[in-house]
Each structure stands twice: as C-alpha cells, then as structure tokens.
Write a protein that binds this ligand. Structure first.
Ligand SMILES: [Zn+2]
Length: 251
C-alpha cells in the first residue's frame, strides 16, 4: 500500500496538469459512471492529499474521494485520444493530459460536509505544513497501545505506513512494543520531527528515503541484520503488518 508521500506526489501532479482547467470525466469500467456524469465538463478546482486519502475538488463543491488501498493505481498520459482500458474506474481528461485510476479501494463522490467528516476522522499528516505533534500527543499520551501500532492508526496520525514506522522507531531507538504512555513527550516530539523530515523528503524524491547518506537503502525494514550492532533483526506482526526492530538498539 502506498504511504502518504505517494499520495502527496499524486495531488501535486494532478494540480500541475489539471488545476483550473475544465475536464471531462468518465468511468470506462462503469462503477463510477453516475458520479462521473455529475463532474463531467466542470472545472477541477484542486487536488489535496491527507495521509493516504486523496480528494479532488470540482466546481459546485463536489469532491472525488480516492483511497488506493493495496491494488489502486494511477497513471498519467499525454496522448490525446488514447483509448482507456476497460478496468479504468475514473478517467479525467483535459486538452493536454489524461489521468486514469484503476482498482482503488475507494472512489466516491462527496459533498463538502462529507469531505469535512472524512478530514475530522483523520489524524494530522506530518507532510502538511500546518500539522502539529501536540494534537497527536494529546490523543496518545495516556494510551497503553504500543507506539509501533499507533503509528499505523490513521485516526491518530495520517500517512505513516509500514516502512516509515519501522524506520522512524529504529532511528529514534524506541522499542515498537513500548506503550505510548511510557514515551516521554520529548521522545515523541523527536519521533514526529523525524517523520516530518523524511516523509517530506519522500515527496520530493518520489520514494521512501530514511537516511541522507545511503539514500537507496532502508535501515531496518526488510533487513536481517541490525546496521548498528549487527545482531539479528526481530520480525513480528504488530497492528496487522510486519514490524522489524533490534531489541538491543531500541529500548
Ligand atoms: Zn542493533
């Protein structure tokens, strides 16, 4: 599943290619046809990412809400007249560009109220300039839930996926099994700052990078050996996804 930086990239590209232009909308696959008809031939006001959720605003306060899930894919084309595949759930097109969405977990039309309800359910997104760790801290500081699990809970903090959580906790030397309430506030602040730095770097580099030196490699995610102490990395299921940690380096 794409982590938050991918969705921000997607919103940026949609804005570059479609913002302020009149677009045609259709659903070659058919499952979004009725909604596509409502936004067809209207101006795309702008796209916004919040964690793993993408919303595309159209005239008259209509919003397409997209969650890619495991199988969703987006593709941009610069080929006018290109025929869509029959699996395309949503195609947007203006005079220069085409955007095709296939296989999303969710693609639905929202009004402004529904969009606000969605945002109200989501925790702050570290990539957003306005996001603030204090909001997250208030929600988690009395929680017995392991910090490694909390980082995936999108109602607490938005956009962190499996790779960023393992890397962030390793970088901060925090054991993922520690209940959130046992973290000091300053530890959580440093963890948040790490996520802000590296998730924003992920947007600008268009891939997950978790250290500035060896830019291509993760530090602990997917590894067998700890890069710091060379002991064996422990793998286990935490919050439904595989966690990687070194219990010698992470306390
Ligand atoms: Zn280690």
């Amino acid at each position: 599943m794409p982590e938050g930086h991918k969705i921000h990239r997607l919103a940026n590209e949609l804005n570059q290619k479609f913002k302020g232009t009149r677009v045609d909308a259709e659903s070659p696959q058919g499952r979004f046809s009725q909604s596509a008809a409502l936004i067809n031939n209207s101006v795309l006001v702008g796209a916004q990412a919040w964690g793993k959720h993408l919303t595309i605003e159209f005239e008259k306060d209509l919003f397409v809400h997209i969650h890619l899930g495991l199988y969703g894919r987006c593709k941009f084309w610069q080929t006018p007249g290109l025929q869509p595949k029959e699996t395309v759930r949503l195609r947007l097109r203006n005079l220069e560009s085409i955007f095709d969405l296939t296989g999303p977990n969710c693609c639905e039309l929202f009004d402004d109220k529904e969009r606000q309800e969605l945002y109200a359910r989501l925790g702050p997104d570290p990539i957003h300039p306005s996001a603030n760790y204090e909001t997250v801290w208030k929600k988690i500081k009395n929680s017995k839930v392991p910090i490694g699990k909390i980082l995936l809970e999108q109602n607490k903090i938005s956009g962190v996926g499996n790779i960023y959580r393992a890397e962030a906790l390793f970088a901060m030397e925090i054991n993922p099994n520690r209940p959130a309430k046992e973290l000091k506030k300053v530890e959580f602040e440093r963890l948040w700052d790490w996520l802000v730095t590296y998730m924003r770097l992920g947007v600008s580099r268009n891939r997950i990078t978790t250290n500035f030196d060896s830019a291509k490699e993760t530090m602990i995610y997917g590894k067998a050996e700890c890069p710091q102490c060379q002991r064996q990395v422990v793998k286990w299921n935490l919050g439904g996804r595989k966690m990687y940690a070194c219990f010698d380096c992470q306390k």
